[in-house]
Ligand binder design. Structure first.
Ligand code: LIP
Length: 273
């Protein structure tokens, strides 16, 4: 199995690197965009082109593999996670950042087999940050091993979260309550606009935890394996196991921090993917 994962990973990595050039062209921003589910949930031609490049390339190499791609799903495609090898793709995670030229966006590609993420690639081509992981092999930034921090207590933790792309009043109420709690209880809070970059930052030990309600499987699949291979944990924000399709995530450097954070958070349950 691990030889097979190597083969899948190598093919995906080549495609991700070349698709990164489509993003670099717009490093100063991309002013042409369309709306999706709300006036702050946006898509550009670059999102669509990157997703097509990755899906065409992967399905040519691996015709039986399945896909969950952000833009394909938003155009009515299926979001089904079976036991088959499934590529879970966010072509530009942090699209709003990409549109503005704020250099925190990336391609995020996770591979799930038997519903478990076994390989992940997060690539920010503008800052030349390539995060990778394969099951059992550790996590890497630009080919150098990375590890989560050892932080166990919320009072010492730097926590990231996001405001998200929906203005649903109940979701916003919970988000502001949690923001207040973390400002009061934690070391500091950060928001950078990309779930995958947030998870990569936990993996490299720069931040200690990240949580969000309302993300999708494509935002977190690659981050899930990268954080776990860097020694961290990914769980449901209420404390149970992570469910990739639940649109909820909490990852942390340690299990102790994950559980303390989970107990401090107000919960929100979006409609599933
Ligand atoms: C974004 C996530 C971010 C979240 C946004 C959106 P996109 O992904 O990375 O964490 O707050 O709602 O889901 O839409 O830029 O691929």
């Amino acid at each position: 199995m691990s030889d097979q994962i190597d083969e899948y990973f190598d093919a995906a990595l080549d495609l991700v690197k070349s698709a990164g050039n489509l993003i670099i062209e717009f490093r100063n921003g991309c002013k042409a965009y369309e709306q999706k589910s709300s006036d702050i949930d946006l898509v550009t031609e670059v999102d669509k082109n990157v997703e097509k490049t990755l899906m065409d390339g992967l399905s040519k190499n691996f015709p039986t593999h399945k896909f969950i791609g952000e833009e394909t799903v938003s155009e009515g495609g299926q979001c089904v996670l079976s036991d088959d090898p499934t590529w879970i793709i966010d072509p530009v995670d942090g699209t709003l950042n990409f549109i503005h030229g704020y250099p925190q966006s990336c391609i995020s590609v996770g591979l799930a087999i038997n519903k478990e993420c076994v390989a992940g690639i997060i690539y920010n081509p503008v800052l030349n940050l390539l995060f990778t992981a394969k099951k059992g092999n550790g996590a890497f930034l630009n080919n150098k091993p990375i590890h989560v921090s050892q932080t166990k207590e919320l009072s010492k933790a730097l926590i990231s979260f996001e405001a998200g792309t929906s203005r649903d009043p109940e979701r916003l109420r919970v988000m502001f309550e949690n923001f207040r709690t973390l400002v009061e209880k934690g070391h500091g809070v950060r928001t950078i606009g990309s779930a995958a970059m947030n998870m990569a930052n936990v993996a490299l030990g720069g931040s200690d935890a990240y949580f969000e309600f309302g993300i999708h499987a494509w935002d977190i699949a690659a981050g899930d394996i990268i954080v776990r291979e860097a020694g961290g944990v990914c769980i449901d924000p209420a404390g149970g196991p992570l469910d990739l399709l639940s649109r909820r995530v909490l990852c942390a450097a340690t299990a102790e921090l994950a559980q303390e954070l989970s107990k401090s958070l107000q919960q929100y349950y979006p409609e599933r993917d």
